[in-house]
Structures are given as structure tokens and as C-alpha cells.
Design a protein around this ligand. Sequence first.
Ligand code: COA
Length: 161
Amino acid sequence: MKIAVYPGSFDPVTLGHMDIIRRASGMFDRLIVAVVANKNKKVTFSLEERAEFLRRAVEAEGLTNVTVDFYDGLVANYLRTVGATTLVRGLRAMSDFENEFQMALANRQINADADTAFLVTSVEYMYLSSSLVREIGSYGGNIRDFVPECVAADIAAKLKP
Ligand code: COA
């Protein structure tokens, strides 16, 4: 069974993330979306909240081979604990590439079995990021075009001024 892990901060999940999840779910037997603690980032939503939004969005899409988990530690080690050998990451622009390239090499150095598969974003989501959603929501703006419909109200409620 080919298991892949899609790690990220998901603070919060956006339609861009869902695009990657949907497409990756068709490429692997099982996809685990892992909400990972990132010590270098100040986050708005707790790990549990972020995972819960993702769970609801995945269920709404009917993606039966996708599960959601959260983890505080090295992603390369998490792969071992779930028996996965592939990391999935999305690329939105060339500017994403340098950091992703470095992470992919570091992850393989830590775990020789960890290969990274990059999916290029669908063009309509190239500009999208979680911080954009957080900023618009923090001014009371409408975030419904950017996040899954089933979690939009809860995300907006937490972000609103
Ligand atoms: N659509 C929309 N937005 C996307 C996107 C897509 N397809 N892909 C990425 N993004 C956005 C995210 O929303 C996020 O936006 P923000 O910075 O405005 O919040 C940004 O791109 C970064 O994405 P993310 O996937 O969350 O990466 P990250 O850099 O925050 O975290 C981890 C990357 C969590 C995978 C990495 O830090 C990690 O592995 N941490 C665990 C510790 C570890 O193993 N460290 C060693 C790594 S070598």
C-alpha cells in the first residue's frame, strides 16, 4: 500500500490546500494530511482546530482514502511512524521552490526513505495563502472564496475583529 503524507501548518486550510489534497488522494492508496507544529511560525488556530477544519473539509469532499492527523516533531520521523515514504508538497511559484528544495533534501537526509513529490498548484489558487485568509478575516472581510464552505463560518468567527 502506497501511503503519502501531506504536511503543513494549515493555519487555516484554504481551497489551495484542498486542491492539492484532492489531486494527491488520487495518486496514493492512502493520504495522511498532517498538521505539523512549526516553531518558527506564530499561529492563530490550535493544532486541534486546524486538524478539525481539515477533517470536516475532507469529509465534505468525500475523500475516503484521506485521514487527518496532527504532530509535533520532525516530519521525517512522522513518516516512519505511519509507514509512509512519500511527502506531498504544493508549489505555487518559483519563490516556493528554494525553501521546498532545501526541506526535501533535509528530510531525505534524516530519513533516507523519504521522497518528496511536488504538485504544481492549480492556477486559480496561485495567489492564495493562509496569511491572506487571516488578514482578510481579521478586518471582517469575506473569506468564503478562499476556504472550504463547510468551515468558512467557524474560521471567520475566530478571525473577526
Ligand atoms: N495553496 C494555498 N496556500 C498554500 C499552498 C497551496 N497549495 N501551499 C502552501 N500554501 C501556503 C500556506 O497556506 C502557508 O501560508 P502562510 O505562510 O501564509 O501561513 C505557506 O504557504 C506555507 O505553507 P505550509 O505548507 O504550511 O508550510 P510551512 O512552511 O508553514 O511549514 C512544514 C512546512 C510544517 C511542513 C515544515 O515546517 C515542517 O516539516 N515542520 C516540522 C519540523 C520539521 O520536520 N522540520 C524540518 C523540515 S526539513
